[in-house]
Design a protein around this ligand. Sequence first.
Ligand SMILES: [Fe+2]
Length: 311
Amino acid sequence: MSNENSKLPEEIVEYQLEKYALELETDGLTIVPPEVTGISEEFIDACVEVLLAKFTEMTGCPISLANGPEAELEWPEGENNLLAGAGAPDPTQMLIQQLLQVDRHFRDLCVNPVVDALINLMMGELSFPSGRGIYSRAKNRRLSSTNSFIKWQGDYGYGENLGLHCDQGANPLPWGHTALTANATWCLTDYTEEDGALAYVPGSHKSNAHPGPTARNQAVPAVCPKGSVIVWPGSTWHGAYPKKTPGLRLNAVAYYRHQAVLPQENLSVTMKNEPWSDCDNPDLLKELIGFDDKFPYLEQTQSIPKVAAAS
Ligand SMILES: [Fe+2]
């Protein structure tokens, strides 16, 4: 397929991502294998090591891929479950947030050109007047947050309905074709239903609506080997299966937003004094964080006229 004959962005053609672009269009989710993203097994293993050490640093609890947490955990009083609601059992999952600050490996994942091309495809570009009749174009995708879900064995999942939801659900309906948020979940362990994989409803993004009560019956697991990345727009219905097997299900999630959407983490503030430029593509990460965005501003940005000097 030549770019001249299609409206696909150049980089989709350049990286031969037409198959994944088509799956995003038809199924509302695609799984890209490591041989396409160029992520090595050593890289994934290094991510795992960093996350296990970070978990122990944060909780005081040793942890291993084979066994999960190696001591009993006690959760703080209050609401600890993301989606299961009050009265649910203690979670068997912990979220490590602000991955961009944790290690360069996660910054490198966020500037992976293959994933960036797919996210850009879903969020598109903005054309805006830049003076004297000249129009500039800018890509809409920005990072919203970066997290790792550390998930271990337990009946706790997101409940009977698998916690099916749309990530862009906070945005008012009706939604259009442009993704308002998007998710790139890098699988650091194999994803199977028994191991607590992501659940999703193929084609659900076309409804442009929240999941109904029977959505659970249409859900399927996103099954893939370690090193794959699962990509989907914020309109796709998704949740997760409980982890029935011993050990850990690990991921690193790059969560994106359209530039018109509020971020989960205020990255242009939190990353200001962090080593954001220490990554494979500092210019791209700078753009994704939104360091040069006009909004939201922190001070007066428009010119101020002054009383003219007396002539
Ligand atoms: Fe979600």
